[in-house]
Design a protein around this ligand. Structure first.
Ligand SMILES: *[C@@H]1O[C@H](CO)[C@@H](O)[C@H](O)[C@H]1NC(C)=O
Ligand SMILES: *[C@@H]1O[C@H](CO)[C@@H](O)[C@H](O)[C@H]1NC(C)=O
Length: 332
């Protein structure tokens, strides 16, 4: 019954897709024998990069003809000998694991959500990042899952997915979805860290809208995307805008006003398989493009983020916690 309703709800969207112009796929390989899992992919204000957060706790920056080089790290007293190149999640609390990154386009500062250590910031030259906060409202962060700078107010919004499980549980597959997630805000002017929403069902994301009036976050296990109004008549209220056939991960603004990308995985039980998808959708929750990533990411490889830029006629970067490369789509 539920399933039929889900399909009926989804059908009109399928019939109205836009043409997907992104055909050419290039792998930006991580250093061989080194870290894996570029979880985030962002360009800086000069369109250099992408910058990616990898399994050994560092942010690497892609340089044409050179490849990925070290840019920044978060973990205090990070031991390079021990950490560089590792992909063992049990070392995450020592080496760090940066799950979300977002540039402030005015200052060039990069905000980093280290899932184990907290929210950090690092200047345009990189290096050891500075801790901003590892708790809010007296409660320690447990599973930071994304960060985004509001393009108008430049406040920094980030999500803590759960207080009962963290990334290690996700990777071991022993997660019981709950409603202990939070949306938190950092104001770089007043230095205040404030809990905006509490009791959320495992939020991932988040993405502020282009004019800063609302933000979106994924409810991963609920397979839906929620809009939270920051301003206007509906300020401080939430509404679900999109139900998906798969579990959504991070949401990112697309270059075009009112459009966003979200990464998702569709899990099928018989035979068991996980298929990665990207969805482009608008602020009303209409799906514009449904992008299968099965050919670029082998079966059962999850994809965590799609980030589009207006560079070189349009570039769509893809980040995957499990791949040994960052993906880059161009139109030709
Ligand atoms: C860093 O890690 C290496 C390899 O595990 C170890 O031999 C070394 O003592 C560590 N250094 C510090 C300062 O803890
Ligand atoms: C912001 O954009 C939304 C559409 O996404 C629009 O409805 C709203 O009026 C805009 N608000 C301002 C203050 O420009």
């Amino acid at each position: 019954m539920l399933c039929i309703f889900g399909m009926l709800f989804f059908l009109p969207h399928i019939l109205a897709f836009e043409f997907d112009p992104y055909h050419k796929f290039t792998k930006l390989n991580l250093p061989p024998g080194g870290p894996i899992g570029p979880e985030s992919v962002a360009l800086d204000r000069f369109n250099k990069g992408p910058y990616v957060g990898v399994s050994d706790g560092r942010i690497l920056k892609y340089q044409p003809k050179v490849g990925f080089v070290e840019f920044a790290y978060t973990a205090p007293n990070r031991n390079k000998t021990l950490c560089d190149g590792v992909s063992d999640i049990n070392l995450g609390p020592i080496c760090g694991r940066i799950f979300g990154i977002s540039f402030d386009s005015v200052t060039g500062d990069l905000y980093l959500a280290d899932t184990f250590h907290g929210l950090f910031v690092v200047g345009p030259k990189g290096g050891q990042a500075t801790l901003i906060a590892n708790s809010a409202g007296g409660v320690r962060f447990n599973f930071l899952s994304g960060v985004d700078v509001n393009p108008i107010t430049r406040e920094v919004y980030f999500t803590d997915a759960s207080q009962t499980f963290d990334l290690r549980n996700v990777i071991r597959g022993n997660v019981v979805p709950d409603s202990s997630g939070r949306l938190i805000k950092y104001n770089p002017t007043t230095k205040e860290v404030k809990v905006v929403l509490d009791g959320l069902p495992n939020p991932v994301g988040p993405a502020n809208s282009h004019n800063g009036t609302f933000l979106l976050y994924s409810e991963n296990s609920n397979k839906r995307i929620t809009k939270y109004w920051l301003q206007g008549l509906k300020a401080h209220t939430s509404e679900v805008i999109l139900n998906l056939p798969g579990n959504p991960a991070k949401i990112k603004r697309a270059p075009k006003f009112g459009e966003f990308w979200v990464a998702a995985k569709i899990i099928v039980q018989h035979p068991p398989s996980v298929t990665p998808f990207g969805y482009k959708f608008n602020s009303l929750g209409k799906v514009l493009i449904r992008k299968a990533l099965r050919r670029q990411y082998s079966k059962n490889t999850i994809v965590n983020v799609l980030q589009e830029y207006n560079v070189n006629g349009g570039t769509l970067f893809v980040g995957s916690r499990e791949a040994s490369y960052a993906g880059k789509f161009t139109k030709w």
